[in-house]
Design a protein around this ligand. Sequence first.
Ligand code: 3PG
Length: 307
Amino acid sequence: MTKVLVATDKPFAAIAVKGIREVVEAAGMELALLEKYTEKRQLLDAVKDADALIIRSDIVDAEVLEAAGQLKIVVRAGAGYDNVDLTTATARGICVMNTPGQNSNAVAELVFGLLVYASRGFYNGGSGTELKGRKLGILAYGNVGRNVARIAKGFGMDIYAFDPYAPAQAIENDGVKAVASTEELFAACQIVSLHIPATPETKKSINHGLLKSMPQGAIVVNTARKEVIDEAALARVFEERPDFKYLSDIQPGINAELAAKYPGRYFATPQKLGAQTSESNINAGIAAAKQIVDFLRNGNTKFKVNA
Ligand code: 3PG
């Protein structure tokens, strides 16, 4: 029987697993679950007889792919697939997919949770500030960026965006001002929300020059990937700019140092939880299961991300 393994270090909500199971079993396949595993060995054992694999941020490297002798497809239930070794997957004839858009509202809502929290002094009881009328820069106008823009309109923010892959007109059609570069976005906006993937080009791309150029009262919100921030530059800007705040759903390596040194200016969630809602677990998990069934039955590769 075809075996679909759900391997999630950070598990889906139970209701999402139920939905995944229904899709898999209705297709005459078997579902196996590996949740909250603590050792890579457990994943290596579990993938041995899996035909399909559903993961989240779980690392699927060459060793995992090589241990999975029957594997035909990996679906990253979510957007970013920087946790999967695409080159090895391609070399082994394994299809890799993501489920774009399925968890983006959850991440976008968290952006505003973080922003309100920081603007009100992390609820310290002092006089805070409002988001209305503030310039918000959205870096990368994909599924999450567009949801951020939609919510920002409700807050009455002045919204800007830059995305080298999105036509300016598509951005402007949403009532968002398209700027011509990342530099222009940071220089114009007091608040910048990052939605770029971690790629060789974007790693450490949020550098000292960009952070330094932001207007007074700057806030950077990172619900994307910790790798996109140049951590040395971040530490330097904290030192140089007493007005600078950094809010993160992904703790940089220097997290403990920043939290201790700059209370009230640095906040990170205790673990990456932007996409951790029942709704997005259901959306992304069930989409992943359906994509697997459609691929194994009909060869549908619509969401394939590797060559
Ligand atoms: C994504 O790339 O989809 C998000 O970063 C969510 O990741 P998660 O599934 O590990 O919460």
